[in-house]
Design a binder for this molecule. Structure first.
Ligand SMILES: C[C@H](O)[C@H](C)C(=O)SCCNC(=O)CCNC(=O)[C@H](O)C(C)(C)COP(=O)([O-])OP(=O)([O-])OC[C@H]1O[C@@H](n2cnc3c(N)ncnc32)[C@H](O)[C@@H]1OP(=O)([O-])[O-]
Length: 711
């Protein structure tokens, strides 16, 4: 809704009220229409100020209304009416003015903003474009070039940035009253202004379109944003608005917009975590950490130290190898300074102290172990930590898939042990898997989840199973890719199909980047390969491809050695080029095992990789290792490069159709009966049997099934 009040003098104040972000719901829009009318009719009112309740102007259109019919007064005519009034209207912006909120402000004649306000047109991140005149008014105010960057990226900036573009005036104290000058309003009505364009406008638009298409990897909205701005540059305002409306209508009904809006909400759903034990975000007290330690200063440990310090936490960084310690004590401060410079930090970074002595962690409140991925070494560290640290200290491991419960078992307080699985680079990647074992206390989980959020991460609570959630699903995905090579595909073919789908990197390029020895070590630890293991294509009762093992045995570990599935310009090279050696190697391998290469269609490549991954996601939900599909989807969007405009693996399964997924898995499992990962999950079957409910209903269905199965 919107309230109406009078400020001293002849100023009417309209306050948007729709907590928490004053989104422009139907009730708010109706409130604006009514209160603007009231101000116009009041002869004592000579100017109007619009502000938002609770120090937030407006977070945009109410995304929750997108799923249903549009009720209440539409935004476009409402903003036009405000712009047309003959009394000056000012937007007084605090907190945020985003999307439709900024478009509302652009319809006002004046804009004044608090210095810390955040503004932008992020619609493109929701699969849309500024659909309330923003694509036509913004370029008329700040020029086409600046508008192109802001609208195609959805980037948000503080008010000083927009002040430099003459979009608003900035004030530092709270905006309690705003007075506006008595100048003519004609020049303040943005829709009546021409759109300032550079002399080479056509070339600018063409280059932007090429860049946007390359960067967006199949996303529709960025392209539509450029098209809307092309209209602003070349058409009168009214026709430009028609173009904006048509483009928005197309986007609104696209699966990509639904996927992106689902991703927006699922990122927030995961913060409302719950465990099978009944512990949850709203009944578990988190401890605020001010002093932490990181054990092990390899690549991951260094990133974790920086991520912690950026929150203002002081960190004891411990490394027993002198050379590694010396290198880290040089590199980490520089990483911190660079990262702190990139962000406008709310608090100064925490102090980092370096040490080779584990005794120096005796005063900290939380320790994150980040030593080499070897269980015996980790157990040794945890045994040492539990004897050195104060009682009540949380002991966390950055392991990417080893058994958290085994680590907890060697400590005096197993309830204070959780996994904090970061993703490289740890100070940049947004995903954090917080792994709870059956003995992990609600406080330990709550503290780790909150610490992740303080580090700017998307924390997802996951159960303690091999590979947790992300890497457990990655296993069948990688396995299918290797089987496809055995059957006739090349690494390039598989990667091209996955990159066409929208992944930034196909599976083989990604393996070369992360290092082929990472998976090799895990397979050795699992007894699947290594000295003394028979080199057959069936191991532990299932089909197994020794291809990646043999590539490693040839010394080809990926970018780090300059050779892997591709070749690079030397060790550390980044540009992947196909390598004739791989083709010869595959041909020899197939000949050795009597395999006849066949041409494999892109559809089969995509289905076998994605559906095997999705199927494991259903098994994870069935095993209660993730609380809902949103948790899995957030993990894959924020940690594994799943294209956000496809929502996440589980959302995508719903879009493809669960019946279709089931049928294709049955087909591929029939053709490959020795691949258990292709056997359709029982949960998938059950969901299809009850009519394939939408992904938003799966959590409720799973919980009901679990209750019934326990009765
Ligand atoms: C016509 C026009 O052209 C087009 C078509 C549009 O306008 S499309 C819409 C364009 N606007 C956006 O893209 C802005 C999206 N929101 C944000 O970026 C952030 O929310 C925030 C504003 C910077 C605040 O961040 P926060 O960290 O302080 O809190 P939060 O946890 O994120 O959010 C707190 C709670 O508010 C909910 N929420 C936030 N923005 C919302 C919105 N626009 N509509 C509905 N709910 C919203 C959110 O789901 C969460 O709910 P719950 O979990 O508590 O139940």
């Amino acid at each position: 809704m919107a309230t109406y009040s009078r400020l001293p003098g002849s100023v009417a104040l309209i306050t948007l009220q729709n907590p928490p972000v004053n989104a422009l719901s139907a009730a708010v829009r109706q409130g604006i229409v009514d209160t603007v009318q009231r101000a116009l009719k009041d002869p004592k009112v000579t100017s109007v100020v619009i502000c938002g309740q609770n120090g937030k102007f407006c977070g945009g259109a109410d995304i929750r209304e997108f799923a249903g019919p549009m009720l209440g007064p539409p935004l476009v005519p409402m903003i036009h009416a405000i712009e047309a009034v003959d009394k000056p209207v000012a937007a007084a912006i605090e907190g945020v003015a985003l999307g439709g909120g900024l478009e509302l402000a652009l319809g006002c004649h004046y804009r004044i903003a608090h210095s810390k306000a955040l503004l932008g047109l992020p619609e493109v991140t929701l699969g849309l474009l500024p659909g309330a005149g923003g694509s036509q008014r913004l370029p008329r105010l700040i020029g086409l070039t600046a508008a192109l960057d802001l609208i195609t990226t959805g980037r948000q900036h503080d008010s000083s940035f927009f002040s430099s573009l003459h979009l608003l005036c900035v004030c530092s104290q709270s905006i309690s009253s705003v007075c506006v000058s008595g100048q003519s309003l004609d020049s303040r009505r943005l829709s009546t202004l021409p759109c300032p364009c550079p002399p080479d406008v056509d070339s600018l638009l063409d280059k932007t379109m090429v860049k946007v298409r390359q960067r967006s990897r199949g996303a529709l909205a960025p392209v539509a944003c450029v098209q809307a701005l092309m209209a602003a540059a070349s058409l009168p305002y009214t026709q430009g608005m028609e173009k904006e409306r048509d483009l928005l209508t197309t986007l609104f009904n696209s699966g990509q917009a639904r996927a992106l809006q689902y991703a927006f909400f699922s990122q927030r759903v995961v913060g409302k975590w719950s465990l099978p034990s009944g512990a949850s975000w709203d009944n578990s007290a988190a401890r605020t950490i001010s002093k932490a330690a990181v054990i092990g200063l390899g690549t991951m440990g260094r990133g974790i130290v920086v991520a912690l310090a950026l929150t203002g936490i002081s960190v004891v960084a411990v490394e027993t190898q002198e050379k590694q310690l010396a290198e880290a004590s040089q590199v980490v401060p520089a990483m911190l300074q660079r990262e702190a410079g990139r962000r406008s930090l709310a608090t100064p970074p925490g102090v980092i102290s370096f040490s080779s002595n584990l005794q120096d962690v005796c005063e900290v409140e939380l320790v994150i172990e980040a030593v080499f991925e070897d269980m015996s070494l980790k157990l040794q560290v945890f045994r040492h930590l539990t004897s050195v640290c104060r009682p009540g200290t949380l002991l966390c491991s950055n392991t990417s898939g080893l058994d958290i419960d085994r680590l907890a078992a060697v400590t005096q307080s197993p309830g204070l042990v959780v996994g904090m699985h970061f993703f490289a680079p740890a100070h940049v990647m947004k995903l954090l898997e917080v792994v709870y074992g059956p003995r992990s206390s609600p406080e330990a989980v709550a503290t780790a989840m909150q610490l992740g959020k303080r580090m700017g991460k998307v924390s997802v609570a996951v159960g303690n199973c091999p590979g947790f959630v992300g890497n457990r699903m990655l296993k069948p995905y990688l396995e299918q890719a290797n089987f496809l090579l055995e059957e006739g595909a090349t690494p390039q073919q598989v990667d091209e199909v996955l990159e066409e789908f929208g992944f930034p990197m196909g599976v083989f390029r990604m393996s070369d980047l992360s290092g082929l020895d990472v998976g090799w070590r895990i397979r050795k630890e699992a007894g699947l390969t290594g000295p003394g293991v028979e080199s057959t294509r069936t191991r532990q009762g299932r089909r197994y491809s020794p291809l990646p093992d043999q590539v490693c045995e040839a010394g080809r570990l990926g970018q780090k050695t300059g050779r892997g599935w591709y070749q690079y310009d030397g060790p550390g090279g980044r540009v992947a080029r196909s390598d004739h050696w791989v083709n010869i190697f595959l041909e020899a391998y197939r000949a050795e095992h009597g395999l006849v290469a066949r041409s494999i269609a892109p559809e089969e490549i995509l289905e076998r990789c994605l559906y095997a991954l999705i199927n494991e996601g259903f098994n994870i939900l069935q095993d209660a290792m993730a609380a809902g599909p949103e948790d899995i989807d957030a993990i894959y969007v924020f940690g594994y490069g799943w294209p956000r405009h496809h929502g996440g693996p589980m959302f995508h399964a719903g879009q493809v159709g669960l019946g279709r997924i089931l049928e294709r898995l049955q087909h591929h499992h029939h053709n490959h009966p020795d691949v258990p990962h292709l056997k359709p999950s029982t949960l998938l079957r059950r969901l299809v049997a009850v009519g394939s409910p939408p992904v938003q209903k799966w959590r409720e269905f799973i919980n009901k099934e679990r209750v019934h199965s326990q009765l």
